[in-house]
Write a protein that binds this ligand. Structure first.
Ligand code: BGC
Length: 381
């Protein structure tokens, strides 16, 4: 079976009856469903026409958000009563496959806002593709709760998409918030989402203005932003380097146009600093997780950007590299560890958590998204 069909099979076989996608079935720490991974996986299922699968995931998210929406009421109260010093009431980044919070590991960085933006973006893309606009009425409570949550939380420091650095704000996470809000705003203005009365377009614009002001240094998007303090406005962490997740600014969240100088410079930095020639893409230079290997999903993401940017040959090369990384059963790992950034760190992770997560559903999903993007007539020349 080719990797395209195998990828669909891996995802469908590992979707729980609840609709949740397990992050990786063979890696105990990933036996949960993340909103971030799951939303991209659902989008991949939409791209390949497996709409029942994606809809089941969206229904799972809708139930989880409704179940924990009381936490958003609480957070809004906490924000109103600033200054607040206790523990914030937040929505978790991942849930058990039954849609419950996982609380046994209190050290896990549960506060990560990007997945909530990504689910709104992926849901909007799903209803546009399937014309199943009725889902929007069905989900109006969870959509409104998500908007209220992002509105309350977007300027609070939280963990980044690699579950690190809770002391900062993260441009990638905010690009996902922008992308989600902007997608909902479009549904409101086209008349498809009537049950949302928040000025979502203005909310999205505020996030974008903030990013223009606080996330750019030397014409490049930085990895982290200092949150505002009583004395100072939010500002870029200048030495935070480039992170491959910043691809999200270009695709899919389209914060700035592809020919904007800031996008061109940032994508160029990702290419030069994080793409190993003829190889894959690293997360960031200081990465030590499993020795800091090349990530399949980021390699596909860079290819997705090249395909969109009318550079199909570059995208094809990345696709071919990914295909070479599949194991004999056609499984894709989270990362490939032949050219590590920090080789001495590899073994201790294997001892702690076992071999690298394989298959990782998000890797298969991004491979599918890239494959589909390359089929678009304008991108295959
Ligand atoms: C990554 C997250 C991802 C999670 C599950 C973590 O190691 O940093 O981005 O959501 O694994 O795949």
């Amino acid at each position: 079976m080719d990797l395209y069909h195998r990828s669909i099979e891996v995802i469908l076989q590992n979707q729980h009856s609840s609709g949740a996608y397990i992050a990786s079935p063979a890696f105990p720490n990933y036996h949960y469903c993340w909103l971030r991974d799951g939303s991209f996986i659902a989008h991949a299922m939409d791209r390949v026409g497996e709409y029942q699968s994606s809809e089941a995931f969206f229904r799972w998210v809708d139930r989880a958000i409704n179940k924990y929406s009381y936490k958003v009421d609480k957070l809004e109260d906490q924000i109103k009563n600033a200054p607040f010093t206790g523990e914030r009431s937040i929505l978790h980044t991942r849930y058990t496959l039954d849609g419950e919070e996982e609380s046994s590991d209190s050290t896990w960085g549960n506060f990560q806002i990007d997945g909530y933006g990504t689910w709104l973006w992926a849901l909007a893309a799903h209803v546009q593709m399937t014309k199943n606009y009725a889902l929007l009425s069905e989900f109006s409570t969870s959509i409104n709760t998500t908007i209220r949550y992002l509105r309350a939380a977007w300027q609070l420091p939280n963990y980044d998409c690699w579950e690190e650095h809770p002391e900062f704000l993260h441009p990638y996470s905010l690009s996902a918030v922008y992308g989600g809000l902007n997608a909902v705003a479009a549904l409101i203005s086209s008349g498809h989402l009537k049950e949302c009365t928040f000025p979502v377009e203005a909310y999205a614009r505020e996030v974008k203005d903030f990013l223009s002001r606080a996330a750019i240094s030397d014409q490049r998007i930085v990895k982290h932003v200092w949150p505002a303090s009583q004395k100072q406005a939010a500002r870029p962490v200048k030495k935070s380097g480039v992170d491959a997740s910043l691809l999200g600014f270009a695709i899919p969240y389209a914060v700035f146009p592809l020919d904007d100088k800031v996008i061109v410079e940032t994508m160029d930095a990702i290419e030069k600093e994080l793409h190993r020639p003829n190889g894959g893409v690293y997360r960031y230079r200081e990465d030590v997780y499993y020795g800091g290997g090349e990530w399949i999903l980021l390699t596909a993401w860079l290819g997705w950007y090249y395909a969109k940017n009318n550079e199909p040959q570059r995208a094809q090369r990345l696709l071919a590299w990914i295909e070479d990384c599949a194991d004999a059963r056609g499984n894709l790992p989270e990362q490939v560890n032949n050219h590590l950034l920090a080789p001495s760190e590899y073994q201790s992770w294997v001892e702690r958590w076992g071999p690298v997560a394989t298959p990782l559903l998000w890797s298969h999903a991004m491979y599918l998204i890239l494959s589909e993007e390359l089929k678009q007539p304008t991108n295959s020349k």
